[in-house]
Write a protein that binds this ligand. Structure first.
Ligand code: SF4
Ligand code: SF4
Length: 414
């Protein structure tokens, strides 16, 4: 994390030599062909704003807000400009002076500050969403053209069926020969909308001989807050997570969005963080588990942060190839973000839809009936797009698919 001070941010921005090598890798620049929507252009804007040469007005913010934070530019940069940290720092500095409408402020306070920050409220919200989905109201609401104009309503209406919210135990013991112990990071959106993947992760780890601990004091990773200019709040979550996972040598994350944020924590913590695919790729115990065959072609969607920050995008293929007769192939266009990007689909629905459309075309062009991904945000975004396009393609986390072939049954293992 770069401190949100003008000097530190200017120093980082000064590392950019304006070579432009990052431009072809930037999804927003590819779409708009506007220099101000490119990494180089945004860095120049940030420098100008920090030096007070240009006003940080709404036109200025529009170009920064359109940035996905996918960090493809960072991976391509020969000068190692820490673009992600730079953007988070500038957003944080600028946030206090931004004028936002009452509706945006209300949504932000309710969703981000009120809900995501508290696991108990998230659990309650998950239960309420589940009851609402079962009520039949969503069927009527989906017909409302008025509601469809609101990004937030569209996102809520596109959510998959929410499962009964689990009560997480503190420890899930290894089965058979004990090979190690890990801590599991739950995340905030994932624990409500994708508890299957968290349970599947515990299932696979336990069967391979790893005890899983789920520290109760853990908080949100802070990624959503940092992307919305709340770097201070994100730093508070960082402290809570560092405390919660103290004493554990490995911290497993099942969502690459969270994993990338955890990798930005102090080095001693970041070194212990592993994406679940990365950990399982090196895990022992595979000779002692049975994996049923699955005669399917699976298209692998490599999330941006898995490619650009965690750099472990090859690992899901290795895991899927453990399933006999399954063919895992890359989804065409994996070098481009799908447009999910945290709250991006909410705040930038136009660009999010354009990027999603490219993914839907890629799925249509392939033969796969299953898309595997490693990030809950991408999974929800892709699944909603595929459903709207009328395609019967399942989107599932790599580990959930593997666990199913090992005997994981959601209803029995709850
Ligand atoms: S983070 Fe992604 S969208 Fe933003 S400037 Fe870099 S490549 Fe472009
Ligand atoms: S590749 Fe790096 S140094 Fe070159 S323009 Fe992009 S951010 Fe600047």
């Amino acid at each position: 994390m770069i401190p949100a001070s003008v000097d530190a941010l200017l120093e980082e921005a000064g590392r950019c030599v304006a070579c432009g090598l990052c431009l072809p890798h930037c999804p927003t620049y590819r779409k708009t062909l506007n220099e101000a929507d490119s990494p180089r252009g945004r860095i120049a804007l940030m420098q100008g704003g920090l030096e007070r040469r240009i006003p940080m007005n709404e036109r200025y913010h529009a170009h920064l807000d359109l940035c996905l934070g996918c960090r493809a530019c960072e991976a391509a940069c020969p000068n190692n400009v820490a673009y992600g940290g730079l953007l988070a720092g500038v957003r944080s500095l600028a946030e206090s002076s931004r004028r936002r409408g009452w509706w945006r402020r209300l949504v932000r306070a309710a969703l981000v500050d009120g809900l995501l920050a508290k696991p108990a409220r998230l659990r309650l919200a998950g239960g309420l969403l589940r009851a609402w989905q079962a009520s039949g109201v969503p069927v009527l609401a989906k017909k409302s053209t008025r509601l469809a104009q609101w990004s937030l309503a569209r996102i809520v209406l596109r959510l998959p069926p929410i499962k009964l919210q689990p009560v997480w135990k503190a420890v899930y013991p290894a089965q058979g020969a004990v090979r190690g112990e890990v801590g599991l990071f739950l995340g905030c959106v994932a624990r409500v909308a994708d508890s299957d993947t968290l349970r599947a992760t515990i299932f696979v780890l336990n069967r391979l001989g790893y005890t899983v601990r789920v520290p109760h004091g853990q908080a949100c990773c802070g990624a959503l807050y940092a992307s919305l200019g709340g770097q201070e709040r994100a730093a508070g979550f960082e402290r809570e997570n560092v405390d919660a996972f103290s004493g554990l040598d490995v911290v497993i994350s099942t969502a690459t969005g969270c994993g990338a944020a955890l990798k930005g924590y102090p080095q001693a913590f970041a070194d212990r963080v592993q994406d679940v695919s990365e950990f399982l790729a090196a895990a022992e115990g595979w000779t002692e588990v049975d994996i049923a065959p699955l005669a399917e072609t699976v298209a692998v969607h490599e999330s941006c942060l898995m490619r650009n920050v965690l750099r472990c995008q090859g690992k899901p293929y290795g895991l899927l190839h453990r399933i006999p007769t399954l063919a895992a192939v890359p989804l065409a266009g994996n070098d481009q973000c799908c447009g999910a990007a945290g709250t991006y689909a909410l705040t930038q629905p136009g660009m999010a839809a354009a990027l999603l459309a490219d993914k839907i075309e890629a799925v249509k062009a392939g033969a796969a009936r299953i898309v595997a991904t490693s990030n809950i945000g991408c999974a929800l975004h892709l699944a909603a797009g595929l459903k709207e396009a009328g395609l019967e393609v399942e989107v599932v986390h790599t580990v959930t698919l593997l666990a199913r072939q090992m005997g994981f049954d959601d209803d029995k293992t709850r």
